[in-house]
Design a protein around this ligand. Structure first.
Ligand code: GLP
Length: 240
């Protein structure tokens, strides 16, 4: 596990460059994408690089980590909406090649086919991850089996509370989600994780120093051969 400590601006730039390098080396690369506030600057940097002609996403396929159950893709807190607004609408990608789990309709069938779909596309070349304050990655909450594939899950009170800041009221936060599993994430060839702020310090400690345990889902990444953890000083503070 490689660890990079720098400002949020710098680590976002570095992650964007990691993605650009992968896509420029392999124009039909498969990208694993995440939502949340953490990757926002990375996506802005990628859109800028695309406009400047430094990278093209025309041949790229993407798979997102997760989605809330019960939200239509047009809902402004759905992860499909988030991805369109913060990345896909600003780059030259073919939206038909962007995959986000469904939260409504026959979402279970779609969910059950997701890992096979990723494999059929050639597997994920580079995956970006954020991290929850309880150590979750995607929506793999504490206690999720390390060998899990894409599945439906119940969100913890902590996650509902954390994510309520983006909704009008905590009662509007969905309580269930569909998410790639920990094994699905571990299948990616390269993983970059971004964490900033004191609120993430405990989870980052569990990720880097803690024992490998299903109580701290991110700790499974200790076993991945190509992970870079990008953190700011606050997120890294307990590891010093
Ligand atoms: C959500 C997402 C995760 C994300 C986490 C942290 O629960 N499912 O993928 O990593 O929030 O979000 P943020 O980056 O906004 O702190």
């Amino acid at each position: 596990m490689k660890i990079v400590v720098n400002t949020e601006e710098k680590i976002s730039q570095m992650i964007a460059e990691d993605f650009i390098a992968v896509v420029n080396a392999k124009p039909n690369a498969v990208l694993g994408l995440a939502t949340g506030t953490s990757p926002l600057q990375v996506y802005a940097d990628l859109a800028k690089a695309n406009k400047e002609g430094r990278v093209s996403f025309k041949g790229v396929t993407t798979f997102n980590l997760d989605e809330y159950v019960g939200l239509e893709g047009t809902h402004n807190q759905s992860y499909r909406y988030f991805m369109n607004e913060n990345l896909f609408n600003h780059i030259d990608i073919d939206k038909a090649n962007t995959n986000v789990l469904l939260g409504v309709g026959d979402y279970v069938t779609f969910m059950n086919q997701y890992d096979a779909k990723i494999a059929a596309a050639g597997g994920i070349d580079i995956q970006i991850l954020g991290i929850g304050s309880d150590g979750h990655i995607a929506f793999n909450e504490p206690g999720t089996p390390f060998d899990s594939l894409t599945h439906e899950t119940q969100l913890t009170e902590q996650t509902i509370k954390d994510n309520s800041r983006l909704f009008n009221d905590i009662s509007e936060v969905p309580t269930r989600a569909v998410t790639m599993g920990l094994k699905s994430i571990m299948n990616a060839r390269k993983i970059v994780l971004i964490a900033t702020g004191k609120n993430k310090a405990k989870a980052v400690y569990g990720l880097i120093k803690g024992p490998k345990t299903e109580d701290m889902p991110c700790s499974i990444l200790q076993d991945h051969p190509d992970v870079t953890v990008y953190v700011d000083e606050d997120a890294y503070s307990l590891c010093k």
